[in-house]
Design a protein around this ligand. Sequence first.
Ligand SMILES: NC(=O)c1ccc[n+]([C@@H]2O[C@H](COP(=O)([O-])OP(=O)(O)OC[C@H]3O[C@@H](n4cnc5c(N)ncnc54)[C@H](O)[C@@H]3O)[C@@H](O)[C@H]2O)c1
Length: 337
Amino acid sequence: MRYKLQNTTTEILISEKLPTLANKKMVLIVDEHIEELYKDVINGITEDSPQYIFTAKEKFKTIDEIIKIYSFFIKNNVNRETVVVGIGGGITTDIASFAASTFKRGCKLQLIPTTFLGMIDASIGGKTAINFEGVKNAIGTFYPAEKVFVYPPFLKTLAEDDLRSGWTECLKASLIKDNGLYELLLESKKIITKEIIQKAIAIKIGLCKKDLYDSGERRKLNLGHTFAHVLESVSNYQVNHGDAVAIGIRKAAECSRSKRMLNEIDFLKIIKLLDRYDLPKNIPDELKKRVNEIGNEVIIQDKKAGEKVRIVLFNGFQDIVLHKVDATNEIIDLLVS
Ligand SMILES: NC(=O)c1ccc[n+]([C@@H]2O[C@H](COP(=O)([O-])OP(=O)(O)OC[C@H]3O[C@@H](n4cnc5c(N)ncnc54)[C@H](O)[C@@H]3O)[C@@H](O)[C@H]2O)c1
């Protein structure tokens, strides 16, 4: 698969065999877990390129870590012709991409995502990010990778929670656009296949191509995210992002139905898919009080200055719209219902 965003063409290779990376000069930024679990695989394709081993936790996706990576680049004479290869889940590919996009105003970038979410979402579409002063993805650039190598055997060692996050994003993609992914997921044995990965990537690429800079079409990918962000915030990020988005998609469907934007038949088609993948349905009771207390505040903070709150809703099956909300209370009421 190939796609072009701005001036960069990204080549995506999905294969049960990783090719040898034949770059003249390259450095690697590798998720520590992957380095431990797949040392031989990584060494087999990259020979003896310098490696920066990164502990993939949100609290390290920061400017302090970026400074350490820049020092590693200086030590290894990285220049604009050097290929920076990010190997890991979304945290690792986000930070590796940010470092590559800013050092010497941009080095070459290749990614090897190792999580389901990384394969269908984080490594695709050119967003790079680090967190700053507690604000997630506060600093970033748009910098698509030249190559993305998707190697599904990595998924065998992925933890249950991380698999679920990937499934949620995959289901979300199938509810945004029709390319046969919805039907495939309904019939699937819940095994991640090349076809599922390919179709989910195609939906994300379709939206990014129309709107690299996230000012219109691409925002459809935020389906479920307004609800999810309230939930993550009030739980102090104890509810994981994937679970929060799964609940958020359900709430978006309920909201769309109550506004008569979505009829009962289409509503049930959405719920049928969510139920099939055993994703969480509702927010834990103990969090409902907190949602009532500070939910409004979280939503107001999220919105852009001067704008109305916008949520992503269904205007029909696989028909997504950004909907202006007059009263944020309606979001809160739905969350605690
Ligand atoms: N740039 C984008 O467009 C974009 C899109 C979505 C999400 N993201 C970002 O992605 C991040 C979440 O990424 P994620 O969910 O892919 O995971 P992650 O990077 O948070 O990794 C999750 C855990 O799985 C481990 N891991 C990774 N691959 C493994 C494997 N094959 N086997 C065993 N363990 C493995 C990691 O070490 C880590 O402990 C967030 O920071 C989010 O902001 C970015």
